[in-house]
Design a protein around this ligand. Structure first.
Ligand code: ADP
Length: 448
């Protein structure tokens, strides 16, 4: 069986690597004697140009190092301050600098050289996410003819937004070096195909194939997923271990769980909750919002700004509405262990998943999987999360419309048990049929 080689910017380390992608790929990697390659995450001066094996673990892993300058320009610069905001509809937050774009190319070129040194002719290569878009192009330049697939974990911008990038057409050209490009949602696949034609000057053929020069690439949707049954079992066990006081007979719990990122729409969510409390005095002391948001990318201005905005909003809403026995918003700026998160989802009556733009949003899927099927909570889901295409039985909202979100909070809190069960069972059936194994199998079958 041909070996599978996965590449991602960060590699799951430790003796028992965990996380959604690991679950998705562990079987394929173990069966094929496959290999996962990624950066060590710790910048070092003058990194050697060779992949280094990581000891132990259920499948082989190799790492490479970035220099402090590469980390600054390629990772913090191009990936996090140019491509992430662009791909999430925030062109206003892009920090375009020629050295960032140059580092993006040179790091991908260096990874390609290191990969070629260990590559076998029948290896299949699966490249993950926006940090590594040029990799296949660099590999082709080195004569690699292996099958190469790419999966983008974020949304794909419109051709118009792509024009905010000085080298938008180059991205299309790089994508054409793959055999298969996978996207999270149909909207992203439409955008990518349109970009290949409008920016890249390519032609769209039947079956989602884009032709550009001598190359043809298939562009298709593969919505990423979770192991729903495993998460359901975890939540059932962990719910019983929650500290006392989380579940209160006379108080309903709404939950939000997001990395602290401007794409997640948390300020809009807080404002909508404030609006809900302004409108419904009868719900005072009978509902609270638990927001869990661990920090990411600290030191980047946009992330410092969102942190300050949320602290201000939470303080102001609590200052207006709290009394001695009730704080409307509990805002936790820390990561919570996955097990406890599963229990908390199950304890919650409503989940607020309200991103302004999101590739998929796995929190939406985890929340549904964690529910007690006989008395499930309600999912409020942004129309701009990729998950909305697969989860129409959630209460779908527009996160820019604060009034609509406040109204929907009441709908969720007042929903009958029968309707909650109906919606939940339809959502759960979708999650079980289209789980993380279905996702990875679907992509790898299409890659061939
Ligand atoms: P993104 O990849 O943009 O962060 P997703 O919703 O797709 O968004 O995935 C986030 C993952 O991180 C989920 O598996 C979720 O459980 C986990 N996560 C999010 N917030 C926290 C938190 N506060 N503590 C622990 N894990 C978290």
């Amino acid at each position: 069986m041909a070996r599978l080689i996965c590449l991602s910017n960060r590699i799951p380390l430790g003796p028992n690597p965990s996380g959604g992608l690991v679950v998705a790929l562990e079987d394929a990697l173990t069966e094929t004697g496959g290999l996962w390659i990624g950066s060590s995450g710790e910048p070092v001066e003058d990194p050697v140009e060779a992949l280094r094996p990581v000891e132990g673990g259920p499948f082989a892993r190799m790492i490479f190092d970035l220099s402090p300058q590469e980390n600054e320009e390629y990772y913090a610069g191009c990936a996090n301050s140019v491509l992430w905001p662009l791909f999430h509809g925030r062109t206003d937050l892009m920090d375009i600098r020629s050295e960032f774009l140059a580092a993006y190319k040179s790091v991908n070129r260096r990874i390609a050289r290191m990969l070629v040194a260990i590559l076998r002719p029948d290896d299949r290569i699966w490249v993950h996410d926006f940090h590594l878009i040029p990799l296949a192009h660099e590999l082709r330049n080195l004569g690699v003819t292996n099958r190469i697939g790419f999966f983008l974990h974020t949304p794909f911008p419109t051709p118009l937004a792509m024009q905010a990038l000085p080298n938008g057409e180059e991205i299309c050209f790089w994508l054409a070096a793959y055999d298969l490009v996978g996207l999270q949602a149909e909207r992203d696949t439409r955008n990518a195909l349109a970009a290949m034609v409008e920016l890249g000057g390519g032609t769209e053929l039947a079956g989602g194939i884009a032709r550009m020069g001598a190359r043809q690439v298939r562009i298709a949707t593969f919505p990423i997923a979770i192991d729903a049954t495993e998460f359901q079992n975890l939540a059932e066990v962990e719910f019983d271990k929650l500290p006392p006081g989380i579940v209160k007979a006379d108080r309903r719990l709404m939950i939000g769980v997001d990395r602290l990122d401007y794409s997640k729409g948390v300020p809009q969510r807080f404002r909508a909750f404030g609006e809900f409390l302004d409108r419904h005095e009868d719900w005072h002391r009978h509902v609270s919002l638990l927001q869990i948001s661990p920090p990411t990318r600290e030191g980047v201005q946009a992330y410092d700004d969102i942190r300050a905005e949320l602290e201000h909003l939470a303080g102001s809403i609590n200052g207006t509405h709290a009394d001695i026995s009730w704080n409307p918003i509990r805002y936790i700026h820390r990561a919570v262990p996955r097990e406890m998160l599963a229990g908390l989802y199950r304890a919650a009556d409503v989940a607020l998943v309200t991103p302004l733009m999101d590739g998929m949003n796995l929190v939406a899927k985890e929340f549904v999987a964690a529910q007690n099927p006989e008395d499930p909570g309600v999912l409020i889901l942004s129309q701009f999360a990729g998950a909305a295409e697969q989860m129409p039985e959630a209460l779908i909202i527009n996160p820019h419309d604060i009034e609509q979100m406040a109204t929907t909070m009441l709908t969720a809190l007042a929903m009958s048990q029968r309707e909650r069960i109906e919606r939940h069972s339809a959502l759960m059936a979708g999650l079980v049929a289209h789980d993380v194994h279905w996702w990875s199998k679907g992509f790898l079958t299409a890659l061939g």
